[in-house]
Design a protein around this ligand. Sequence first.
Ligand SMILES: NC(=O)c1ccc[n+]([C@@H]2O[C@H](COP(=O)([O-])OP(=O)(O)OC[C@H]3O[C@@H](n4cnc5c(N)ncnc54)[C@H](O)[C@@H]3O)[C@@H](O)[C@H]2O)c1
Length: 335
Amino acid sequence: MKILLTGAAGFIGMTTTLRLLARGDEVVGLDNLNDYYEVQLKLDRLARLTPHPGFRFVKLDVADRAGIEALFAAERFDRVIHLAAQAGVRYSLQNPHAYIDSNIVGFMNILEGCRHSGVQHLVYASSSSVYGGNTKMPFSEHDSVDHPVSMYAATKKANELMAHTYSHLFGLPTTGLRFFTVYGPWGRPDMALFLFTKAILEGRPIDVFNHGQMRRDFTFVDDIVEGVIRVMDRKAEPDPAYVSDTPDPGTSNAPYRVFNIGNHNPVQLLDYIACIEDAVGRKAQKNLLPLQDGDVPATFADVDALRDWVGFTPATDIRSGVARFVDWYRGYYKV
Ligand SMILES: NC(=O)c1ccc[n+]([C@@H]2O[C@H](COP(=O)([O-])OP(=O)(O)OC[C@H]3O[C@@H](n4cnc5c(N)ncnc54)[C@H](O)[C@@H]3O)[C@@H](O)[C@H]2O)c1
């Protein structure tokens, strides 16, 4: 298949592209290589993809309407995996416009491209953050997600609404995947595992929010990739069980689906830190701080729907996943 994968120089994008190439798909990888975090890391990820004959890189911003129109007009993509986005909850408090440009305008451009070029299935990254202030655990696709607590979350929820509209109006099959805290080798420098590993190795204290009273459903990147590819291979379809008198937020009578993709095994932040300490071989100095605005104290994915749909749920244990990250970090940064 010929696939457009946006965010190809990103953490999840690179890992997904490698797997698609390994199984023989042709991938056009798009990224604007922005400097939200170190550009060299994005370039080094790309360098793992560019030697492959099935891969082509396009440097483009998804918010560039004319550029995206031209790309879809020139190519015939069978599937689109849309991972490019302005990520990060905390940054969205200071830089909300970046989220509107990349996540809303950019998503609109991708939808239009898919619509006009007959793409058979659009798979896009949503986020566990759409559950916002919900405290009913585990988080289920059948729950309402109308109470976001950050602009990042609001843009991801908006993507689901926009996708539904296109599935309904134009019959475009769309599947949104709500990723739950993804971690692993080549991970993002703004995320806790990276920040903690770096600080511990440099002998600096780590900032532990909500005084460590956080639970996260940490999900290993290889599991996420397995889920993304299985979902891409199975096009969204209308749900015959959907009843519009009692609308289920998780499905639709349009070819539209959303799924949680998480480990279904939330871990206390302090236990996660203990795994990092073990993998690094040093103790962390903890700077205990209150919960940050926009953050949520706990996430926990109900993954029954994903398992029923594609026969798979993530299952990598945190100890081995963290060890694989720390090995990569030490090798990449030579520490
Ligand atoms: N990592 C997680 O824990 C997590 C959790 C939930 C959702 N997500 C979502 O998964 C997707 C991938 O996340 P990631 O962790 O790999 O992040 P990432 O930042 O490493 O990857 C995103 C890539 O998209 C590119 N990009 C950003 N804005 C762009 C634009 N306007 N045009 C073109 N390219 C652009 C960036 O340069 C980057 O390489 C994102 O949509 C993110 O919101 C990630």
